[in-house]
Ligand binder design. Structure first.
Ligand code: MG
Length: 165
């Protein structure tokens, strides 16, 4: 059994769609980035990669590679899940938190959790998505950007060999 932690921040800019947890949410600002800039999914990927001892998202999907320009982060998450499975890991559970002042995302949380679960091929009950504001403080409070964190627990499936360490 291993745990991992992921953290990410993206800038909010006009003229980009706002995609969080694979859900496009109506808003006058969107997140800037090389992929679709889905900050929540990036934190989820980093938590999973970290738990497996596989480094970070930028190493696996570099922003210098044209293959990843504008790519949906759900595809990156699916590929991350494949990398873990190849090492004999399955996902125990994920707990992710989005830090954003606006818009309200409570009505989208269930869909986000379902998207994450589907991309990883696990039951949605293993995925928890939360949201908080920073009460107007800091980069998220001033709506300059959004941040996300995630912790992940992964387990070696029965019969799989030992990893490094
Ligand atoms: Mg990112």
């Amino acid at each position: 059994m291993r745990i991992g932690y992921g953290y990410d921040v993206h800038r909010l800019v006009p003229g980009r769609p706002l995609i969080l947890g694979g859900v496009e949410i109506p808003h006058h600002l969107g997140l800037f980035g090389y992929s679709d800039a889905d900050v929540l999914l990036h934190a989820v990927c980093d938590a999973l990669l970290g738990a497996a001892g596989l480094g970070d998202l930028g190493e696996h999907f570099p922003d210098t590679d044209p293959a990843y320009k504008g790519i949906p982060s759900l595809a990156l998450l699916e590929e991350t899940g494949n990398k873990l499975r190849a090492l004999g890991f399955c996902v125990g559970n994920l707990d992710a938190t989005l830090v954003a002042e606006k818009p309200k995302i409570s009505s989208y949380k269930k869909q986000m959790a379902e998207n994450i679960a589907r991309a990883l091929g696990i039951e949605s009950g293993r995925v928890n998505v939360k949201a908080t504001t920073t009460e107007g403080l800091g980069i998220t409070g001033r709506e300059e950007g959004m941040a996300a964190t995630c912790v992940a627990l992964i387990e070696k499936t029965a019969g799989a060999g030992q990893t490094q360490g």
